[in-house]
Ligand binder design. Structure first.
Ligand code: BGC
Length: 353
């Protein structure tokens, strides 16, 4: 049996246990950039795989060229598995070739006028998860110091980029990271602020960025923050047939009954209440339905979600471009109408903004 280790707070640098003061409202810049992320897309399964190409996709120029074309989005979330491209010691030196590849993508997107959310994805040991095939293990005491060391490098590297580049320190914190997340985020934010005093940073709650954990999220007193949640309800529908979910969800589940609609709306209402109470914008950073869901039900789900998010003023980014949830068919070289239309077709709420 695999031994599970607890992440030790002692592994954090000295200032880790910051007091967690009361919340302040978001700046105009954070509000504006949250709106710019709206109707965005996740470039998923490209460089969040252990090595680019392992999950069937690469960061290709043709994907970058889709951005801003034909009614498609001007906002990209770029999930990156930094940890598997960094030295295994505490310094976690990021491979210069990999760094240059990310630079080129970020800069090409910014040059197209895009708003870019750069994250850290799937540092499996941070959550205490099993490693993926092809993922390198690091010594337990080095797991957290490496997280901070990577963010120091990323933050310094991109410190001079346009404000349209945003950072998201960690995707979907869960597992053994949960009890530490508020402290770990406060610490990484402090570190990012040394080189990027005003860059907008995105943070989500524990339980894989679940809205039901918003109440546990403690925001440091920083106006340049956006809060994010991920919405995959109803999970039996959105993840039917997904090989990475155990036990595997059976196929043939439809959408959207009244009960399912309520489940979707409950999470969005938690987000809306958080916006009102805190003064910070909430981004739906991921939502989507896997391609094995029945096609008409998938289109209904997407239409329902879009309307439900937009009517509540919640910006959203679809998971994802060209893989199993994909809005774009990379083999045929065209958008999939049953996904594109409900998401990026004519606006449903013309009164908004
Ligand atoms: C994960 C992906 C997964 C998706 C849907 C994302 O947060 O990073 O690997 O495909 O959620 O389950």
């Amino acid at each position: 049996m695999k031994r599970r280790h607890a992440l030790a707070l002692a592994a954090l640098p000295a200032a880790a246990c910051l007091p967690l003061p009361s919340q302040a409202a978001a700046s105009e810049r954070a509000q504006r950039l949250a709106r710019q992320l709206d109707r965005g897309i996740n470039f998923g399964n490209m460089v969040d795989s252990p090595k680019e190409g392992d999950w069937g996709l690469r960061l290709e120029q043709r994907y970058i060229e889709l951005v801003g074309e034909g009614g498609f989005t001007q906002a990209v979330r770029l999930p990156v598995r930094w940890s598997n491209h960094a030295s295994l010691d505490a310094e976690a030196r990021i491979d210069p070739v990999f760094f240059a590849r990310i630079d080129a993508t970020v800069d090409a997107l910014l040059a197209r006028g895009c708003t870019v959310l750069l994250d850290m994805h799937h540092y499996r040991q941070l959550d205490g998860d099993a490693l993926d095939p092809g993922e390198l293990a690091v010594d337990e005491p080095l797991v957290l110091p490496r997280f901070f060391a990577m963010w120091r490098q990323i933050a310094e590297r991109y410190a001079d980029r346009d404000e349209r580049l945003l950072f998201e320190p960690y995707n979907e914190p869960h597992g053994r990271l949960e009890p530490l997340w508020n402290e770990v985020f406060a610490q990484v934010l402090q570190l990012i602020r040394h080189s990027n005093p005003e860059r907008v940073v995105v943070v989500g709650p524990t339980l894989w960025n679940n809205a039901t954990h918003l109440a546990r999220l403690r925001l440091p007193p920083d106006p340049n923050l956006i809060v994010t949640i991920h919405c995959y309800e109803p999970f039996d529908f959105t993840h039917q047939g997904a090989a990475w979910v155990e036990p595997r969800k059976p196929l043939g589940v439809s959408c959207c009954s009244k009960k399912q609609q309520l489940e979707m709306e409950q999470h969005l209402e938690l987000a809306q209440a958080f916006v009102k109470a805190s003064g910070y914008p909430v981004l739906i950073g991921e939502f989507g339905a896997y391609s094995k869901a029945p096609a008409p039900a998938r289109t209904r789900y997407l239409r329902f979600m879009r309307e439900a998010m937009e009517s509540r003023g919640l910006p959203w980014m679809y998971w994802e471009l060209a893989s199993g949830f994909g809005v774009y068919d990379p083999k045929a070289g065209r958008f999939r109408p049953e996904v594109f239309e409900p998401l990026y077709g004519g606006r449903t709420d013309k009164t908004r903004r």
